[in-house]
Design a protein around this ligand. Structure first.
Ligand SMILES: C[S@@+](CC[C@H](N)C(=O)[O-])C[C@H]1O[C@@H](n2cnc3c(N)ncnc32)[C@H](O)[C@@H]1O
Length: 244
C-alpha cells in the first residue's frame, strides 16, 4: 500500500509543478504564510507556562514602559546588575535600550556591543516600514565599555566574532531588536556557536508572526536550541528567554 501511495504523492506533486499554480494563486502566498505563522504563534503562546514567568496584564494597546519592567525583572532575577556580562544588541537605532543596559549593569569588566546600519532598515518590514526607515545617528558613547559596529549585520557580525570579542564562560545578554526575519535569523545563527546555558536572549518584536517569531521558531527547531521563557510583556511583543 505504501509504495502505491508514494507513487500517487509523486504523481500529484509533479503534475502540480507542471501546471505552475502560482500563475493564478501567487496572491495567496503572503496571506497564507501570515495565517500559518500566526496560528503557530498563538499555539506556541498557549503552551507557555503561566507560573514562574513574568507577564504584564492583557492590554489592547502597547506600553513601551513595560519592556523596561521586563528588563528590570530579568536583571533582578538573574542577578545581573553587578555581574560581568557581554551585552550584544542587534539593532541600536537611537540607542534607548542600549543606554538602559549600560546604565543598569555596573560591572566595569562588562562590554556592550551594538550593531546597526545607522542608515535604517535594509528591507521593508511588513506594510508600515520601508527600506531606510528608522535611520538614526549613532548615539554618543560616554562609557568606554560600549562600542558600535556600523554596517549590515551580514558584514559586521562575523568579523566581530572572529576577533574573539565573545569568549565562552561569560554571561551573554543578546538583545534582538532588528525587527526583520532575515536580520534576526542571521544574528541567531551566527551567535549560535557562542551561546551557552544561562545566556539570556531578548526579542523586542517577538509576536510578529512573519518576522522575529518565525526566526525564533526556525532557529530553535533547526539548531535544536532550547530556550526557557523568563517573561513577556505587551502580549508577547517583548519576550525574554534563558538558554537551557
Ligand atoms: C527598532 S530599531 C532598534 C531600536 C533600539 N534597540 C531601541 O529600542 O532603542 C531596529 C534597527 O535595526 C537595524 N537593522 C535591522 N536589520 C539590520 C541589519 N541587517 N543590519 C544592520 N542593522 C539592521 C535598523 O537599522 C534599525 O535601526
Amino acid at each position: 500500500m505504501k509504495p502505491f501511495l508514494f507513487k500517487i504523492n509523486a504523481l500529484v506533486k509533479n503534475l502540480l509543478i507542471l501546471f505552475q499554480p502560482h500563475v493564478v494563486f501567487s496572491f495567496l502566498i503572503q496571506p497564507f504564510a501570515f495565517f500559518s505563522n500566526f496560528l503557530s504563534l498563538t499555539q506556541w503562546i498557549a503552551k507557555q507556562p503561566t507560573k514562574g514567568v513574568y507577564k504584564d496584564a492583557f492590554s489592547l494597546l502597547r506600553n513601551y514602559n513595560h519592556r523596561i519592567d521586563l528588563y528590570n525583572y530579568v536583571i533582578e532575577k538573574e542577578n545581573l546588575s553587578n555581574t560581568e556580562i557581554i551585552y550584544i544588541e542587534m539593532g541600536v537605532c537611537n540607542g534607548n535600550s542600549f543606554a538602559w543596559w549600560m546604565q543598569n549593569n555596573h560591572n566595569s569588566a562588562s562590554r556592550f556591543h551594538g550593531f546597526d546600519t545607522f542608515e535604517g532598515l535594509p528591507e521593508q518590514w511588513g506594510y508600515f516600514f520601508k527600506n531606510g526607515d528608522m535611520i538614526a545617528e549613532a548615539p554618543k558613547l560616554e562609557d568606554a565599555r560600549g562600542h558600535f559596529y556600523k554596517g549590515l549585520f551580514q558584514d559586521t557580525l562575523v568579523p566581530f566574532l572572529n576577533n574573539g570579542n565573545v569568549s565562552k564562560g561569560k554571561r551573554k545578554i543578546i538583545h534582538l531588536d532588528a525587527d526583520l526575519f532575515s536580520s534576526t535569523l542571521f544574528s541567531l545563527s551566527m551567535l549560535y556557536p557562542y551561546l551557552e546555558k544561562g545566556d539570556i536572549v531578548f526579542f523586542d518584536e517577538f509576536n510578529v508572526p512573519n518576522h522575529e517569531y518565525l526566526a525564533f521558531k526556525i532557529f530553535t527547531e533547526s539548531f535544536y536550541v532550547k530556550m526557557e521563557l523568563l517573561g513577556a510583556v505587551n502580549n508577547y511583543y517583548q519576550a525574554a528567554f534563558k538558554v537551557k
